[in-house]
Design a protein around this ligand. Structure first.
Ligand SMILES: [Zn+2]
Length: 216
């Protein structure tokens, strides 16, 4: 608790850094000083190059649907407001069976805290066997019409499984997707969420900062 009695905000974003792990066929993350006080320049000024699906980021409908909305058209309410962190115990997938026990409602923002949070961000290499959303669970989320889905590694779909199908099912249902969260510092429960993508024109994705505050 802070002095005011409000719970503190908890950062659930990963830090963007040079050489960080990324989806194998996506561009590398390059962050370098173009100007450097240590090299005699007047200031420090960095150059950043990366795919828009790096680190913590938002997927817009345009990612898998031709001519659909980009992240700059995202309603702010998609990623700001009450959110529920759901602890996933299954070691490989977010399953429909496990979700069925959580009474999801239309319009909810749900974030899945899987073993990814404590396992996948600790290494500099891309983790292929991360926990992802199963086809049946994606169908269930689409039917339930949740507003937003968050996952704690780089894709809602699997690396070896059909990731495109999972993305399409969610995006075609109008669900906004947050990927690349690090939920290791939070437990299951209800939170206020602020998560906003950088306003990139007509972009299929955009890096975002995500923070949660427990609702007391
Ligand atoms: Zn993405």
């Amino acid at each position: 608790m802070t002095v005011s009695g409000e719970a503190a905000w908890i950062d659930v974003s990963v830090t963007v850094r040079h050489g960080m792990p990324h989806w194998p066929d996506n561009p590398p993350i390059v962050m370098q000083r173009s100007m450097d006080i240590g090299r005699g320049h007047e200031c420090n000024l960095s150059h950043l190059a990366m795919g828009v699906h790096s680190g913590t980021h938002i997927d817009g409908p345009l990612h898998f649907i031709h001519q659909a909305a980009g992240v700059d058209e995202m309603p702010l309410a998609a990623t700001m407001g009450a959110a529920r962190v759901i602890e996933i115990t299954h070691p490989r997938q977010v399953t429909a069976d496990e979700l069925a026990g959580h009474s999801l409602r239309a319009g909810e923002r749900v974030l899945f805290r899987t073993s990814n949070s404590t396992r996948c961000w600790q290494t500099d290499t891309f983790v292929e066997d991360f926990v992802y959303i199963s086809e049946q669970a994606a169908d269930y989320l689409a039917e339930t019409r949740v507003r937003t889905v968050g996952i704690d590694y780089l894709s809602v779909g699997g690396y070896h499984a059909d990731g495109a199908k999972i993305h399409r099912t969610l995006l075609e249902a109008g669900i906004w997707i947050i990927e690349g969260l690090d939920l290791s510092a939070v437990g299951a429960g209800r939170y206020d969420m602020i998560c906003l993508p950088v306003k990139l024109h007509g972009s299929d994705g955009a890096p975002a900062r995500a923070v949660l505050r427990p609702i007391t």
